[in-house]
Design a protein around this ligand. Structure first.
Ligand SMILES: Cc1cc2nc3c(=O)[nH]c(=O)nc-3n(C[C@H](O)[C@H](O)[C@H](O)COP(=O)(O)O)c2cc1C
Length: 265
């Protein structure tokens, strides 16, 4: 019997989407029944939570945010109706490390009564606001994800990658809402250029931007910068603090990039 596989992704910056696309193509070529569900935006996530998902294997491909699972991913796992034989998780991360995201995922899948069989962590080169023209996925990340996924499908545990312990202590020690503010800042609207077209509100994965006044709700904003990238007028930018840049420089310097990818610092 052919295995039925669902690849789920959350990816405001597009890095994890590239991984998910690659995974889908590989599985399709290998002859599996595979579908992809993109839960980046709130409406799609809401719709997905109303579905009964019946599959043999669910592969969730999502980034690490401040060493945690992004809140929309937590929401999806805890609110969806999952009738899933087993799940595998691919976590894309920038430079600060994966923190407690894998343990959080384990707990949530446990509560949803879905066995999370394997976790892979996968380095991605970009930061949130700097990914506009950059290549987002390291060339060997695609291959690693492909091998990981085929080995999960084949129930072969030999290729499991250890979870990387890349430490960046400030982020690990402070509460989520404080580190979010300190390290990542918030998008702001440069109002003279804003035409109030609503694109930012439409793409916001956490519905943090209200359509009436286009204000950004700082409690809901996860700093992913989807709005900055989507704005047709370039009217939004991320409000980064001087220490944000220093933190990012330090953090991202730890990642080894292949030469052909230039990372703006
Ligand atoms: C708000 C935010 C928080 C992040 N926190 C972390 C982190 O704690 N550790 C890390 O290694 N990378 C972190 N990153 C980097 C992301 O994991 C990386 O940029 C990833 O590629 C984003 O996924 P996407 O391109 O699919 O949206 C963070 C990125 C954002 C936007």
């Amino acid at each position: 019997m052919k295995k039925n596989i669902l690849v789920v992704t959350f990816s405001p910056g597009g890095g994890c989407l590239e991984l998910a696309d690659a995974a889908t193509v590989i599985l399709d070529r290998a002859g599996y029944e595979v579908e992809c569900l993109d839960i980046t935006y709130a409406d799609d996530r809401e719709a997905a939570c109303g579905l009964e998902i019946h599959v043999d294997l669910m592969i969730l491909i999502a980034p690490v945010y401040l060493r945690h699972l992004p809140p929309p991913v937590e929401y999806f796992i805890s609110r969806s109706q999952l009738f899933v034989e087993k799940a595998a998780l691919v976590l894309g991360y920038g430079s600060c490390g994966v923190g407690c995201a894998p343990e959080e995922a384990r707990k949530l899948f446990d509560l949803a009564e879905v066995p999370l069989c394997r976790i892979m962590t996968c380095p991605l080169p970009h930061t949130f606001a700097d990914c506009v023209e950059e290549k987002q996925v390291l060339p060997d990340s695609l291959g690693d994800v492909g091998r990981f996924i085929l080995s999960v499908v084949a129930d072969d545990d030999r290729e499991e990658k250890p979870i990387e312990k890349r430490s960046f202590d400030i982020i690990g020690k402070l509460p989520y809402n404080i580190t979010k503010r300190l390290a990542f800042g918030f998008p702001k609207t440069v109002s003279a250029d804003c035409t109030f077209c609503g694109t930012c509100a439409k793409v916001c994965p956490t519905e943090a931007i209200t359509l009436d006044k286009f204000k950004i709700d700082s409690e809901r904003c996860i700093g992913c910068s989807a709005c900055v990238r989507a704005c047709p007028k370039g009217a939004k930018s991320i409000n980064r603090y001087p220490w944000t840049k220093a933190i990012l420089r330090r953090g991202f310097a730890e990642v080894k990039y292949p030469e052909e990818i230039t990372v703006r610092k």
